[in-house]
Design a protein around this ligand. Structure first.
Ligand SMILES: Nc1ncnc2c1ncn2[C@@H]1O[C@H](COP(=O)(O)OP(=O)(O)OP(=O)(O)O)[C@@H](O)[C@H]1O
Ligand SMILES: [Mg+2]
Length: 265
């Protein structure tokens, strides 16, 4: 599998002296084309900070972020903005839709920004919205859409310009759980079909059913990475394993029994 993104020893420190916070503390990780990774961990563990750096929206204190053989962290601001338009899609907690553009126009705007506003591109925009269950609301303005519908428009927008990397920060937070499953399932399908590399931040461990790997953060660091199918399905369905994880915000080091080695015969 081809590496789509390589983060090397990323650090983000806020403040100084006694009030200094290491929001992201020496994180190195590779992300592959065609995979969707869930980023989980307790509130304040650094998920949004990490995502914002990978999106090129926040400059790290130190470290490197390699995408398409270029280091985001050393680019000039203008170059970084141009690079972002072409290679990185994101849907963040606050969805930032343009209030006076319809759902379809919001998605098409991204096409325009990345120089892809062709008839084929516009057809893709429409198809994407339909696939995300927004057929009836395509011409609705953001204020006429529910929070969950707006989040789905933001997801469509993150994917439309065919970026290398798609980053979504709790895109399902205002969806009911059935809709959240559908949206994440569709998001996963699109990432796989289109061979993007995706990161999904979520507090809902049931959604890890649809991802290929789970990265758990704690205090700004990567606590562990799970990729075995049985570990993911244990995490998504704790009752099936007979043990309950430590709440939905994260899981402690040894509460996933599937990860334990087989006892010696
Ligand atoms: N602009 C900022 N200035 C100072 N500290 C910040 C800033 N942004 C985040 N932090 C701190 O950095 C740490 C990581 O925050 P971050 O938002 O990345 O956490 P998170 O894992 O996304 O949490 P949540 O699950 O609640 O969204 C927290 O301790 C937070 O208080
Ligand atoms: Mg966050």
């Amino acid at each position: 599998m081809q590496v789509a993104l390589r983060a090397e020893q990323l650090v983000k420190t806020y403040g100084s002296g006694d009030s200094q916070v290491n929001a992201v503390d020496n994180v190195s990780v590779d992300l592959y084309q065609g995979e969707l990774v869930a980023l989980v961990g307790p509130s304040g563990s650094g998920k949004t900070t990490l995502l914002a750096m990978l999106a090129g929206l926040l400059r790290p204190t130190s470290g490197a972020i390699m995408i398409e053989d270029q280091d985001l962290t050393t680019m000039r601001e203008r170059d970084r903005a141009a690079f972002r338009k072409l290679h990185i899609g994101f849907a963040f907690q606050a969805n930032n839709l343009v209030p006076y553009l319809t759902a379809l126009e919001n998605v098409e705007l991204m096409l325009r920004l990345s120089g892809q506003r062709t008839p084929a591109g516009r057809e893709r925009a429409r198809e994407l919205l339909v696939r995300l269950g927004l057929e009836e609301r395509i011409h609705g303005l953001p204020r006429q859409l529910s929070g969950g519908q707006q989040q789905r428009v933001a997801i469509a927008r993150s994917l439309i310009s065919q970026p290398t990397l798609v980053l979504a920060d709790e895109p399902t937070a205002s969806l009911d759980s059935e809709r959240a499953f559908q949206v994440v399932q569709t998001f996963a399908q699109l990432v796989h079909e289109q061979n993007r590399a995706g990161i999904l931040v979520t507090h809902d461990l049931r959604l890890v059913e649809y991802v290929d790997r789970v990265i758990q953060m704690l205090d700004g660091r990567i606590e562990r990475i799970l990729e075995a199918q049985e570990d993911l399905s244990c995490l998504a369905n704790p009752e099936r394993c007979g043990r309950i994880p430590m709440g939905t915000l994260g899981f402690s080091g040894d509460d996933c029994p599937c990860s334990e080695p087989e006892p010696a015969a």
